[in-house]
Design a protein around this ligand. Structure first.
Ligand code: AMP
Length: 172
């Protein structure tokens, strides 16, 4: 989908390492119009009656997930990097190009709110989103859909997510 959100995204070549084109969302966040438009459009992607709560992936998933939850009258669950959450946690470790990464969630995060919309800024290989969905299943939740600002369609992110519906505002 092409829309005016795209005009607020800045390409930074070779960041954080050679060959990667980093999609910088800071101009979008700095723009009152762009920021509001992005949250408003995320709210339209998935029927709010189909989920109970919004989970955001640290840290850019927090930026969009919290205003979306506030706007829709939902609660918010943080999916965090290891060692940050103070209560009992469940974790999932997943493969990166070099090495591994881990995400964590509180074991009681979904008590009474089983159906989850997962929010992040960008879908690349899909490893992070797949780990987040697995984490939600591990604590008894149901990932309903993934909502993202940006999707890199030249990478196999969607394939990695199996049946989980993926919705994004812009595709590159
Ligand atoms: P992945 O697990 O490969 O789908 O990567 C997704 C995560 O890495 C997201 O949380 C993004 O914030 C970040 N990310 C990956 N690739 C890029 C990129 N080209 N530009 C900006 N962020 C990226």
């Amino acid at each position: 989908m092409s829309n005016s959100i795209e005009s607020y995204i800045r390409d930074i070549p070779d960041f954080p390492k050679p060959g990667i084109v980093f999609k910088d969302i800071t101009p979008l966040l700095a723009s009152p119009k762009g920021l509001k438009l992005s949250v408003d459009m995320l709210a339209e992607l998935v029927d709010p009656d189909s989920y109970d709560i919004i989970a955001g992936i640290e840290s850019r998933g927090f930026i969009f997930g919290v205003p979306l939850a506030t706007m829709l009258g939902k609660g918010f669950v943080p999916i965090r990097k290891p060692g940050k959450l103070p209560f009992t946690t469940e974790s999932v470790t997943y493969e990166l190009e070099y090495g591994t990464d881990t995400v964590e969630i509180h074991t009681d995060a979904l008590d009474g709110n089983p159906r989850v919309l997962i929010v992040d800024d960008l879908l690349a290989t899909g490893g992070t989103m797949a780990a987040a969905a697995e984490l939600i299943r591990k604590i008894g939740g149901v990932p309903v859909a993934a909502a993202l600002v940006i999707e890199l369609s030249f990478l196999p992110g969607r394939a990695k997510l199996g049946d989980l519906p993926v919705h994004s505002l812009i595709t590159f």
